[in-house]
Design a protein around this ligand. Structure first.
Ligand SMILES: Cc1cc2nc3c(=O)[nH]c(=O)nc-3n(C[C@H](O)[C@H](O)[C@H](O)COP(=O)(O)O)c2cc1C
Length: 113
């Protein structure tokens, strides 16, 4: 955990990626964010991206997950700049994402950063 947080402190860009699990982010990402409590004030001036997938095809549904991560990044980390959001909706089964343009969209967002 500490090694990940140290990498976030050193990074210029941070990508928060998670599936939607029961209307929220995955537990692993939530625990990471929660355990940053001792160091989050040292994570400043980052460009951030959010990549969120869901089985549901409604973007509004995924927006709630993005909002939760955004609360941490924009309200708690000084100088954060939001650079892009990918709503990877409608991917419920293994391999579904490869039938979409989401992987390419994520790549292009990074390239255009
Ligand atoms: C435990 C669990 C809970 C899920 N909850 C939701 C949900 O609340 N809304 C939704 O749209 N999709 C939900 N899904 C579907 C996943 O968000 C979607 O299939 C995602 O792409 C899975 O990513 P993964 O392969 O990294 O687990 C859920 C899937 C799992 C396994």
């Amino acid at each position: 955990m500490e090694a990940i947080v140290d990498k976030m402190v050193a990074a210029d860009v941070i990508v928060f990626a998670t599936p939607t699990y029961f209307y929220s982010m995955a537990g692993q990402l939530k625990v990471l964010i929660d355990r940053m409590v001792m160091k989050y004030t040292t994570i400043t001036g980052k460009d951030v991206f959010y990549l969120v997938t869901s089985g549901d095809s409604e973007k509004a549904h995924v927006e709630k997950v993005v909002e939760a991560i955004r609360g941490f990044t924009l309200d708690c980390l000084d100088g954060t700049k939001e650079k892009g959001v990918l709503y990877g909706t409608g991917v419920n089964n293994k391999g579904d994402v490869e039938k979409t343009s989401y992987l390419d969209q994520a790549y292009q967002m990074g390239r255009n950063c």
